[in-house]
Design a binder for this molecule. Sequence first.
Ligand SMILES: CC(C)(COP(=O)(O)OP(=O)(O)OC[C@H]1O[C@@H](n2cnc3c(N)ncnc32)[C@H](O)[C@@H]1OP(=O)(O)O)[C@@H](O)C(=O)NCCC(=O)NCCS
Length: 327
Amino acid sequence: MRTALPTPSQSRPQSPSRSASPSSTGLGFTLRRAGVADLPELWRAYWDSEHGPRVKMPDIPVPPIFRHELETGHVWVAEGAAGVIGFTARVTRGDVTYLAELFVRQGHQSTGVGRALLKRVMAGRNRGIRCAMSSRDPRALSLYIQSGMLPRWPSFQLHAASPRLEALPGSDVRVIEADPADSRAMKDLVLWDAHIGGRQRPQDLAYWLRVGGHPLWLTRRGKTVGYAFMNTRREGRGGAGLAILGPIGSATLKDSAACVGAACRWAWAHGDELYLAVPGPHPALRPLLAAGFQITDLETFVSSSDRPFADPRRYITSGGPEGSSLY
Ligand SMILES: CC(C)(COP(=O)(O)OP(=O)(O)OC[C@H]1O[C@@H](n2cnc3c(N)ncnc32)[C@H](O)[C@@H]1OP(=O)(O)O)[C@@H](O)C(=O)NCCC(=O)NCCS
């Protein structure tokens, strides 16, 4: 669970969200709901948590995903004497609550901030499914498991700079770009995503479109067999063009690997490097590795339920080089 680096957001700033009154934890920090004014601090806290204070932050705007989480979810900050020391976010879609962020500044880690944030953001979410994509940090895994979200499967962060695409299945699957202005097609996409991804989440699909995502239909002999999203961004000035795939869903298990193979071939025409995050049980994992994809990181899907709301053999999460943000 990492955040996607920014692509320009066209969404307009909203007024600060309702901030619940701060609650003291008795541990030298308080917890409160975040507002729009906190966004730059969230970005700084995220950067510090991942890289420490010595690595200079890139001079880029706050990742739009933070604002999306603020506008459509619940974001809490932990505040110490010198400002924000950690933050967390959850997004609830139907009966599935996904923990989208949990980050504590390096100088404040291992002092109970993460535990307090997790407890606060998940308060009252005992009914329905609670889940997260855990980083490899043992503290994150420990907190999630202790809170009842148990490890279900590994998720492989994959990257390819020169894949052998001919080795991938799905050469008979055609990729058709859907028109974001076609409201009927977008409604169909929401239904497909809800059916395969296990949650109605038109707000997330709208977000992916807003940040420049390409909605794709995967078809065979005129019949739709799956859907996908692809995002592109350029890494630094004159850097490589990244094509980031996900979510990708297929209607049947039999077409699952073919859908991913076809989406990869299509995405390769739009970037110099490919990224996607593939669940361990997904049939595409083996051919992707055989085609030269490299494992860059491993996350763990944790959930309070042993019943997957989305079949990890037919559904690939939204992701990117930094990990999965909205699942
Ligand atoms: C993961 C993170 C958010 C946790 O927050 P934190 O404030 O450091 O954690 P806390 O001090 O509240 O709790 C850590 C828990 O892990 C436990 N822990 C630490 N090392 C452990 C290990 N090797 N094995 C098992 N448990 C361990 C601690 O004992 C503590 O549990 P306790 O409260 O029962 O004693 C924070 O360390 C962080 O920002 N890490 C880097 C970013 C990251 O990976 N975020 C997670 C994204 S999914």
